[in-house]
Write a protein that binds this ligand. Structure first.
Ligand code: F6R
Length: 606
């Protein structure tokens, strides 16, 4: 992960670099740093902790100069300490910021140490600073220096370097990690994410893999992997550059939970044509070419994929497999039954999902991206985008992007089923009609904050918690468990209810909280039997379902009643109490809700 920034121009760099880092804090937040250059030489300031710590430091000792770089860190190699924070330096000659992992750093480091280099950090990134220094000392020009450095390193990287020998120049490169260059009059700026610099300029160039660039205030020259000058298109950033506030909520997550009715209705609109007809944003030929699907995603997006699989198979009769993105391409999957890979990613930058999509492309599959960030790498590289219109999601734990992903998948399932005749036109219209009720049902679910608060109050003392569900509610159970563990740090696992008796039931002991999702369909009675088994063994049963489903569960210790809805859509409405339970439990425990420990919003390392 990590976020990097560079600025060269006519203005003082400090506030510009910090402003961009503020917009990149979702990429990591365990330490931050800034470096600059002026006529006196290099200046450097680094601090452990969130960006606020760095800001406090530079308030006392401002960073001068018009050329600077900055970094926000999510530790990979080396602990969270000031000497491991970026920028890294080599003597007083060069400073670098890096996102990614230099996979051959150990060999490079050993080689440099043999040449007499002294390392001051435990990171992989520091080798970059010393490689730069080595080639600068040889008197090479910036282009040749970059070529030499890149030829030595392996792995994923986006980096920017600043040298005393070339004080008005940023040297940058990317491979697998994102990097955007923003251009405007008398200035250029680079960042891991175009949105972080969109308040400075809307004109952006996205570097492609293995590109490198020489950047000055007058513009930039980009080279491709053949060392040829590459003409990369300048694109207009579409997304809003506003630095979002919490609009009176205590946390971004709380705000984003409340934004779901809008996120869902905007996403339904994006899936419909101008007459309101559900097309999933695809024409007939695109829909009819989909014969078999592989859904690729990570984390919460993977659970959305699993729910989507149930819908697409039930409503369209098209075979679907779900693959954890980080496993997919290493497994060498056989894709002969598939025509289409659909990658689901809120950020559109998860490296696992991106690499899985590239692999699927290599296998000859059409690639679709269900993405929330429309300027992201996955959005740009997919053959087609089915956008979630959730708006920027800042809280690290995904909420509104998840329900918006579900909406896209449900729309796709209906559109496919209607197109291939698996469901009748009237059934498709009925389901569409039921989907249109989701913003209202989800809005009503916000009332659950009050009834869930006492449950969260008790849950905060638990050391472990199980989540159960059957059929389309099984992946929701896994998502509920993920939300609880990442926010409250309580150990939580999701299981298919029917699977309990095959092993997990051994975990049951008096008072173990078991959160179970129950839908009002023919699965309900089976789920009830599974819960009775857990109840008989002392489990503290917390059930989530519509009133009609909960009527079967009078033995449950706690009941969370969600608005009545089409049973197939229970995962969307049921996601809200799962999010609220995790949010309120974390709130009771006093954990860092928007930036939980060890996590980052966009996971750009393998
Ligand atoms: C959990 C969460 C993560 C992400 C995962 C994939 O709340 O947000 O599990 O879902 O890192 O991220 P994207 O969807 O951006 O590819």
């Amino acid at each position: 992960m990590c976020g990097i920034v560079g600025y060269v121009g006519s203005e003082k760099c400090q506030d510009i670099v910090i402003g961009a880092l503020e917009r990149l804090e979702y990429r990591g937040y365990d330490s931050a740093g800034i470096a600059s250059i002026d006529e006196e030489g290099l200046h450097l300031c680094r601090a452990v902790g969130k960006l606020a710590e760095l800001k406090a430091k530079i308030k006392k000792m401002p960073i001068p100069g018009n050329t600077g770089i900055g970094h926000i860190r999510w530790a990979t190699h080396g602990g969270v300490t000031e000497h491991n924070a970026h920028p890294h330096y080599a003597t007083d000659e060069v400073v670098i910021v890096h996102n990614g992992i230099i996979e051959n750093y150990a060999e490079l480091k050993a080689d440099l140490i043999e040449k007499g280099v002294v390392f001051t950090s435990d990171t992989d990134s520091e080798v970059l600073a010393h490689l730069f220094s080595h080639f600068i000392k040889k008197g090479l020009p910036p282009v040749a220096i970059l070529q030499e450095v890149i030829s030595k390193i392996e792995g994923a990287y986006a980096f920017t370097a600043l040298s005393k020998s070339y004080p008005d120049t940023l040297m940058a490169a990317r491979n697998a990690s994102p990097l955007a260059i923003g251009l405007s009059d008398n200035m250029a700026v680079v960042a891991s994410d175009a949105l972080a610099i969109a308040h400075l300029t809307r004109h952006v160039i996205y570097l492609k893999d293995n590109d490198y660039a020489i950047i000055t205030s007058k513009g930039c020259t980009i080279y491709d992997s053949n060392n040829e000058i590459a003409n990369r298109e300048i694109v207009q950033v579409k997304a809003s550059p506003v630095l979002l506030d919490k609009a009176g909520f205590r946390h971004y997550m709380e705000k984003e939970i409340h934004e779901q009715p809008d996120a869902i209705s905007h996403t339904i609109s994006a899936m419909s044509d101008t007459t309101g007809r559900l097309t999933a944003g695809l024409d007939i030929s695109s829909l009819s070419s989909i014969k078999g699907i592989v859904l690729l995603a990570a984390g919460t997006s993977f659970y959305a994929a699993q729910i989507g699989r149930y819908w697409i198979e039930k409503l369209a009769g098209i075979p679907v497999v779900c693959e954890i993105a980080s496993e997919y391409h290493y497994r060498q999957p056989v894709a002969s039954c598939q025509s289409t890979a659909i990658v689901i990613s809120q950020s559109g930058e998860s490296i696992d999902s991106l690499l899985a999509m590239r692999y699927a492309k290599k296998l000859g599959l059409d690639t679709f991206g269900i993405v929330n960030v429309v300027d992201s790498t996955i959005a740009r590289e997919a053959d087609k985008i089915l956008p979630t219109r959730a708006g920027p999601e800042i809280g690290v734990a995904s909420t509104k992007a998840f329900t918006a992903q579900l909406v896209v998948l449900f729309c796709l399932a209906i559109a496919l089923g209607k197109q291939n005749g698996h469901i009748s036109a009237s059934r498709a219209d009925e389901l569409h009609h039921q989907l249109l009720k989701m913003p209202g049902a989800v809005g009503k679910s916000m009332e659950l904050f009050d009834s869930i608060r006492p449950i969260a109050h008790k849950l905060k003392n638990a050391s472990s918690c199980l989540f159960l569900g059957r059929d389309i509610l099984y992946p929701l159970a896994c998502e509920g468990a993920l939300k609880l563990k990442e926010l409250s740090y309580i150990h939580a696992e999701g299981f298919a209810s029917g699977e309990m008796k095959h092993g997990p039931i051994a975990l049951l002991q008096d008072g173990l909280p078991i959160v179970s999702f129950v839908s009002d369909d023919d699965m309900a009675r089976k789920a009830v039997s599974n819960l009775k088994e857990a109840d008989a063994r002392g489990g503290h049963i917390i059930v989530v379902g519509t009133q009609s489903a909960l009527n079967l569960l009078d033995f449950a210790a706690e009941k969370i009643t969600i608005p009545e809805c089409e049973p197939l859509l229970t995962p969307i409405v049921g996601a809200i109490p799962a999010q609220i339970l995790a949010y309120l439990t974390a709130f009771e425990k006093g954990t860092d809700i928007d930036q939980p420990r060890n996590l980052a919003k966009s996971v750009t390392v393998e």
